[in-house]
Design a protein around this ligand. Sequence first.
Ligand SMILES: [Zn+2]
Length: 249
Amino acid sequence: MLRREKDGLVYLAFKTLEAFPELRHAVFTKRGPGGRPFNLSPAKGDPAEALANISLAARALGIAEPSFVNQVHGDEILSLAPGETSRPAVVGGKEGRDALVGRPGLGLLIKLADCQGIILYHPGTKTPALIHSGWRGSVLNIAGKTVDFLRRERGIPPRELFAGVSPSIGPCCMEFKDWRTLIPEGLRRFKREGGFMDFWAMTVFQLTEAGVPPENIELSGLCTRCDDEFFSHRKGDALRFGVMCGVLT
Ligand SMILES: [Zn+2]
């Protein structure tokens, strides 16, 4: 990934997605201006501070205040209409979505600590999508379902999509003691030695199965537990970093 800095914020960007100048995107690290913790989830820590951080991040990218939702490790997709934005009515409530499909002019945010944040982008229609996929989302194949949704609802051919998979817990740290009960048989090929699961390879497989060309997929390959630049639930962090994107009109 590429390292970028703006307005005192350090963030990472996907080389593949930087080919499209109208698409602004960032994987923020856990360090904000002055080195303070840069929490991007209003459901964690101080909500007012998180909202201020979200605004700061959006301004740095030059995109609109982003829509975000309660993330519930499910496979429901929220498609945003022109001019429509979304913020959870009840932060931390039970209702939620785990994928956002946007339009030019809208900002999107997914909050993370070990889960994958997957950006999908279709340059032809300038359509961005952002997916939250932890192990439950991976088992539900929310990545593949979002590609299918874009094809069905927006007429976007999967072969024209580009994807970036954020830093997230890697096969080095994702030990899955209960893999026999939690991982369906068709996905057990991603089990490594000793019950460690490779959810990165699983996502690449699911995206390519859905029709995204492998050469269009960029995998960050950074493990949030090993790399101290990111909040990690498994490390014991209670805050969340974020992936944000938006397309200029
Ligand atoms: Zn690791």
